[in-house]
Design a binder for this molecule. Structure first.
Ligand code: PMP
Ligand code: GLN
Length: 392
C-alpha cells in the first residue's frame, strides 16, 4: 500500500500540547503545560447548557451561528471597543478559534500565497497555512521584550504575500501589542493590500495597565481584518470549543462558505449557553473579576517560579508565564520540560514548539497559570526541588 499521509502533512507530528499532557498523565505531574483552566466556568453557563439540552435544542444550529449568540457577540464587541458590528453579516460562530482560522485561510488563500506569521507563533498557524495551500513566512519577535521590528516585517512582504496573522495578547510571551506597533502593522497591511487575521482569544485576560486594541478598529482595517475569538478562554470552558470570527461582510461571506463545509455548525446547546454567558458578562462586572482573578494567579505562579530560582519574564496578557531556564544545565527547552515533568512532577511547554526552527528559541519554559491557587501551591512545593538542583 502507498504511504497514506499526504505530503502537506510533512513536518507536522503530534502537537506539543497533546504530547506534554500525555507525559503529565504518565508521570502524575501537575499539568501547567497545555493551556486550560482547572477551575469551573460560570454556573449560569452550565445551567443554560443543561436547560438547552432539556428543552431539546439538539438539532443543527444555523450554519453561521444562533442569532442570539451572534447578537451577544456583536453587542459585546461594540460595547467594549466602540465599533458597531452587524450580527447578521459580520459574525460567524465556529468550533473554536482554531476552526475560524482554518475557515479564513481556506477562504482567502490561493495556492502558493504567502502568509506572514509572527514568531513565536501559536502552533496551529503554520500547519493550517500549509493545509490551506499557503506558504508561511516568519518574522521574529525579539526576546526578552518581544518587540516587533516593523522593518523586518516590511522586508518579509513580497509579491505573493496575501495575509498576516497576529496574536494579541500573545501566546506564549504574554505580550500585548501596543497601539503604535499595531498602527505600523496596519499601515503595511493597507500599503500591500494584505488581509489581517487577528487572533484575540485572550482579549479579556489582560493585566496591570495593558490595553487591548483590536486591530480591526484601526483606520482602514475593518474591511481587511478577520478578528478571531474564543469563549473557551473568556468563560474557562476550552473543551466546549465555541469560537467566532468577526469580519466585514465580504470576508464574512467568504469564510462562511468554507465554514459550512468544514463543520457546518457548532454544538447548538453550547451556543445557547454561551449567548447567556456573554449577555450576563456584559451586564455585570464579570470581565473585571476575570482579570482580577488571573492577576492573582499570575502573581502566585510568578512567586513560585522565582522561589524555585527561575526568573520570570513580564506577562501583560494571556494565561502563560515564561521562565528563564538558562543556567540550569539543559541544552534545550524540550530536555528541561521532559525532566521537569518526569522528575519534578510539574509539566510545562517548551516554547521551541512555537518556532519554525527550534534552534532559534531562547531557553525558556512556558507555564500556564489558569489553575486554582491550590494547584499552584502544590506545583510550588514540587518546584522547590529545582532550587537545590541549581546549588549542586
Ligand atoms: N489561538 C491561541 C493564541 C490560543 O492560545 C488558542 C488556545 N487554545 C487558540 C487559538 C485556540 O482556541 P480554541 O480552543 O477556541 O480553538
Ligand atoms: N491554546 C492552548 C495552549 O496554548 C492549547 C490548545 C490545544 O491543546 N490545542 O496551551
Amino acid at each position: 500500500m502507498r504511504q497514506v499521509a499526504a505530503s502537506r502533512l510533512r513536518g507536522f507530528g503530534t502537537s506539543v500540547f497533546s504530547e506534554m499532557s500525555r507525559l503529565a498523565v504518565e508521570h502524575e505531574a501537575i499539568n501547567l503545560g497545555q493551556g486550560f483552566p482547572d477551575f469551573p466556568g460560570p454556573d449560569l453557563a452550565k445551567e443554560a447548557a443543561a436547560a438547552a439540552i432539556q428543552a431539546d435544542l439538539n438539532q443543527y444550529a444555523p450554519s453561521h451561528g444562533l442569532p442570539r449568540l451572534r447578537r451577544a457577540i456583536a453587542a459585546t464587541f461594540a460595547h467594549t471597543y466602540g465599533r458597531a458590528v452587524d450580527p447578521e453579516h459580520e459574525v460567524t460562530v465556529t468550533s473554536g478559534a482554531t476552526e475560524a482560522l482554518l475557515a479564513t485561510l481556506l477562504a482567502v488563500l490561493e495556492p502558493g500565497d504567502e502568509v506572514i506569521l509572527i514568531e513565536p507563533f501559536y502552533d496551529a498557524y503554520p500547519a493550517q497555512v500549509t493545509f490551506a495551500g499557503g506558504v508561511p513566512r516568519y518574522v521574529p519577535l525579539q526576546a526578552p521584550d518581544w518587540s516587533l521590528d516593523l522593518d523586518a516585517l516590511a522586508a518579509a512582504i513580497g509579491p505573493r504575500t496575501r495575509a498576516l496573522v497576529i496574536n494579541t495578547p500573545h501566546n506564549p510571551t504574554g505580550k500585548v501589542f501596543s497601539r503604535a506597533e499595531l498602527e505600523g502593522l496596519a499601515a503595511l497591511c493597507r500599503e500591500h493590500d494584505l488581509i489581517a487575521i487577528s487572533d484575540e482569544v485572550y482579549d479579556r485576560i489582560i493585566f496591570d495597565d495593558a490595553v487591548h486594541v483590536p486591530l480591526a478598529t484601526l483606520p482602514g482595517m475593518w474591511e481587511r481584518t478577520v478578528t478571531l475569538n474564543s469563549t473557551g478562554k473568556t468563560f474557562s470552558m476550552t473543551g466546549w470549543k465555541v469560537g467566532y470570527a468577526i469580519a466585514a461582510p465580504a470576508l464574512t461571506r467568504a469564510l462562511r462558505t468554507t465554514h459550512q463545509f468544514i463543520t457546518f455548525a457548532t454544538a447548538t446547546p453550547l451556543q445557547e449557553a454561551m449567548a447567556v454567558a456573554l449577555e450576563y458578562a456584559l451586564a455585570s462586572d464579570y470581565y473585571a473579576r476575570l482579570a482580577a482573578t488571573y492577576t492573582d494567579l499570575r502573581d502566585r505562579l510568578r512567586q513560585a517560579l522565582e522561589a524555585a530560582g527561575l526568573p520570570v519574564l513580564p506577562c501583560r496578557g494571556s494565561y502563560f508565564l515564561l521562565a528563564d531556564i538558562a543556567g540550569l544545565g539543559f541544552d534545550s527547552d524540550v530536555a528541561f520540560c521532559r525532566f521537569l515533568t518526569a522528575e519534578v512532577g510539574v509539566a510545562a511547554i517548551p516554547p521551541s514548539a512555537f518556532y519554525a526552527d527550534p534552534a532559534r528559541a531562547p531557553l525558556l519554559a512556558r507555564f500556564c497559570f489558569a489553575k486554582r491557587p491550590e494547584t499552584i501551591a502544590a506545583a510550588a512545593d514540587r518546584l522547590a526541588a529545582l532550587a537545590s538542583l541549581r546549588r549542586h
